[in-house]
Design a protein around this ligand. Sequence first.
Ligand code: CNA
Length: 312
Amino acid sequence: MHHPIGEDEFERYWDKLEPDKILSSLDLHGVAKWIRSGKANNIVVMVGAGMSVSSGIPDFRSPGTGLYDNLQKYDLPYPEAIFDLNHFQTKPGAFNLLAKELYPGNFEATPAHYFVRLLHEKGLLLRCFTQNIDSLESQAGLSKDKIVAAHGNFDGAACIKCGAHADPESVRQTLELDGEPSCAKCGGLVKPNIVFFGEALPERFFTCAHNDMPKADLLVVLGTSLTVHPFAGLVGQVSNDTPRLLINREMVGQADPTFGPTFSGGFFNFGIGNTRDALFLGDCDDGVQQLVDLLDWGLEFDALLNKTSATL
Ligand code: CNA
């Protein structure tokens, strides 16, 4: 294309209009360069159901394969009822069936989980915030202090009537036999400590979010539709010059254009004026493998994958 002011001059003019980029390129190369230059020592990772899909656990919202499209056997009035306390009180069977299937031990951590562990081994991981309830982060060897299980997990259980704690192992055994876990004290229904819709998130989520997000020097978001709040809002809680990487099968977490830029709420900006949001559209395992290769971490990553799967 010919410009009346000349090609070079036009590019210089355009560069001035474009704000300086924080990442050298808005892709895995740019993120790898950022890490290699030593600028990322407090990486925060946010994960969702997409990261566990390759382990065999379906996510919620993927059309066709997601749990919400395959709830026939749970006999629910609407998909979200499976995590609704009122529904659980009258018909605990649906959640109990899902809990039985999801109980830790039935699935293996994915390469993406081991990538988070590798970040930890390298001393670069500040925290991993997970929405997942499958505990695959711990199964990949990540220590508990590095994990924030925002929506709970199966590590504990309690009575929904009197709040008494229940032994998660005996809850698991009851569920295995298709029984209905109940409280030894009051007879109320017992459920694993999974956060249902309308229930408060664990206090640890809020304290860690408050302390960690401003310290993050790189945010990596893996396999989530970023539709569940307050978790999704973490994306906007890092500082304005912190690079962010999304690895997901679809583009998510962008501001609704109908609200205009003033309502972007710190969400991703993959469009005009983007200086720091990198995108890899595809599977988590492919994205982390490419990043590992760009970082020359292949040997350590493979060793971790092989050693750990051999000892699991
Ligand atoms: P979601 O809303 O189902 O979104 C999943 C996202 O991941 C979608 O954007 C998909 O396109 C994407 N995706 C699917 N497979 C892959 C893949 N292999 N690689 C990359 N991206 C992929 O799930 P969210 O986590 O965003 O929703 C939050 C809910 C889901 C939380 O409350 C969880 O407890 C709940 N959940 C957890 C599990 C689990 O523990 N594994 C499973 C299903 C649902």
